[in-house]
Every structure is written in C-alpha cells, then in structure tokens.
Design a protein around this ligand. Sequence first.
Ligand SMILES: *Cc1c(COP(=O)(O)O)cnc(C)c1O
Length: 227
Amino acid sequence: MSSPQNRLAEVRERISLAARRSGRQACDITLVAVSKRVTVLSLQETIAAGQGVFGENYLQEAAEKIAALPAVTWHFIGGLQSNKARQVAELFQVVETVDRIKIAQALENQLVALEKSLQVYVQVNIGREGQKSGVLPEHVEALVAGIKACPHLVLAGLMAMPPYHPDPEASRPFFRQMKGLADDLLRRGVVSRPLGLSMGMSADFEIAIEEGATVVRVGTALFGERV
Ligand SMILES: *Cc1c(COP(=O)(O)O)cnc(C)c1O
C-alpha cells in the first residue's frame, strides 16, 4: 500500500493533467480531501504532506477532528438539518450541501450571533433522483436568491453528485449540465461572478475537471477504501 504522501502526489498529478486538458492549471482546482472515517493520525500525515482542505460528512466525527486539527479548512459535505445549523456554522468554513431556503436561513441566524460568514454551495439534484438530497435544477435560481438575501452567507457555487454508475463516463453529461446551469445563471445576471462547481469524486474527478469542476471531493483515492 502506498504512503499517504504518494497518494496525495498522485491525485495532485492527475488533477493537474485534467486541468490542463480543460485549459486550466492545477491551482485553479481545489482538492477537498474527504476524510470521513479517517483517523486524526492519518489526517496529520496528509496535512504534513501539504494538504490543507478537508471534507466531513458527520458532525460528531467532524467536531473531534476539527478540535484536534483547527488550522486547516473544513468543508461540510453531509446531509444538513436545521437543528444542526448551529454546530455546522461554528465548526466549518464552507458548507457544500445547502439545498433549501430553510437551511440557509437557519445558518444565517446562527452566523449573526457568531459574527462569522460562511461560504456555501447549493447542492443540486442533477440526476433528479427520488431519494437524493439537492434542489432540482429549475429551483436553483430561487434558492440562490434566498442565499443572496442572507448577509453572512457567501455563495461560492453549485455542488452535485451524479447518479451512481459503474462507468465514470456516465457522469460526464451530468457534469456538463451543471456547468451549463452555472453559466446560465451568470449570463442572466442572477449571479455577478462565475460560480464555483464542486463535482467529481475518486472515480470521476478527472472527468469533472474536464467539464469545468473547480472543486473535487476525493476520499478513497487518498485514504483507501472505507471499512
Ligand atoms: C464520501 C464522499 C465523497 C468522496 O467519495 P470517494 O468516492 O471516496 O472519493 C465525496 N463527496 C461526498 C458528498 C461524499 O459523501
């Protein structure tokens, strides 16, 4: 099994090559190391190798790691409920899973008290899957408007997880739709700056970058299979 350093170097190299294929550079892409079920010890090795951005799905697990490793940037990428807004607002710098106005407002209310701002991504259910979280593409604009009305929320972009398929190429049309959605919001003046796009995981991050991802969320390729 290769070392955490080697795996990180390998993922970074693949990001760099995919970025160049899309006319960009490695520094245009943010690698979020998805560290669910990864120990603080392994995280320390990955931090020592130069990784500074991590993503967590579960609050309790995240709270312990963030307390132990406060100097890196933490993205919340898990399912979000209003009653968790306080903890999420306190612990994280970025929340990628805002998918309804109620959540945006709950975060805003907490942030006022904390005197803190938070970068957020709107999670889009791009595959229109019944059980999946995320707002449907036709409802993104209304949610964006709601977020813009929250002074402590900074809209960083859109996030999506395409439907699972064993062939990563199957994700490509969904990534392309996400790029189209973001471009359309800019063209119509719904947003004033290009939106970031958080899309692509271990199996398909290169394809996501080719289609315009600015953020990739990679767990297994960095830390091995989760048990
Ligand atoms: C677990 C997870 C990832 C990382 O998945 P890998 O296939 O292990 O790279 C990315 N995004 C979200 C939202 C996740 O829950």
